[in-house]
Design a protein around this ligand. Structure first.
Ligand SMILES: CC(C)(COP(=O)(O)OP(=O)(O)OC[C@H]1O[C@@H](n2cnc3c(N)ncnc32)[C@H](O)[C@@H]1OP(=O)(O)O)[C@@H](O)C(=O)NCCC(=O)NCCS
Length: 162
């Protein structure tokens, strides 16, 4: 007998985060903060900065997040980018980076950077590897407070926004 029932595929939504996403963002990040891939952020810090986050909701669940951090009138950073392992390689990472680039463009920013262990992912999206030192705003404003400051092996990538 032919089964005619059609499976309904869940939809994904890319949207600004709300306070209701704080616990999910914290949980998404915890997987990678535990192994040092991402810098830890407390729930209070995520809550304070929730306006900077975009998320992807899939089948009613928050499965990916990323935050846009502004350094100067020209430069911003992609921070706290995570896709749930179960949704890995589904294009969600790309969607979030594109969403943040779009936000940065609307804001009139000129360059977007990230510090990362996965430069190949960013190269795929048009970023170029550069020396961290070209971002004194990041290095002396943020990195200097990090426990990895003297031993940082993250790679800096940047893309011009047009
Ligand atoms: C890195 C990460 C955000 C990628 O998200 P994702 O949803 O799996 O990636 P996408 O499916 O959007 O991939 C987009 C493209 O990048 C490629 N890509 C994804 N992850 C990659 C990786 N680790 N290395 C090389 N290429 C990668 C994909 O193959 C795809 O290429 P295509 O468009 O030619 O097919 C995700 O793996 C993650 O959360 N990693 C752990 C946390 C982390 O390292 N965050 C980055 C901090 S800066």
């Amino acid at each position: 007998m032919i089964h005619l029932a059609r499976q309904i595929q869940p939809e994904h939504i890319v949207r600004d985060a709300t306070i209701a996403d704080v616990d999910s963002i914290f949980a998404l990040m915890r997987t990678y903060t535990a192994t040092g891939v991402l810098l830890p952020r407390s729930k209070a810090d995520i809550c304070d900065n929730v306006l900077k986050f975009s998320v992807i909701e899939y089948d009613g669940e928050t499965v990916a997040c990323a935050a846009l951090e502004i350094f100067t009138s020209e430069l911003c950073e992609i921070r706290s980018l995570v896709v749930d392992e179960r949704s890995s390689r589904s294009g969600f990472g790309r969607m979030l980076v594109e969403e943040l680039i779009c936000k940065a463009n609307v804001l009139g920013l000129k360059r977007i950077m990230a510090l990362t262990y996965v430069p190949e992912f960013f190269h795929n999206l048009g970023f170029t590897t550069v020396r961290k030192e070209i971002f004194p705003e990041k290095v002396w404003g943020v990195c200097v407070k990090c426990h990895k400051f003297n031993d940082c092996d993250e790679i800096a990538v940047v893309k011009n926004i047009s």
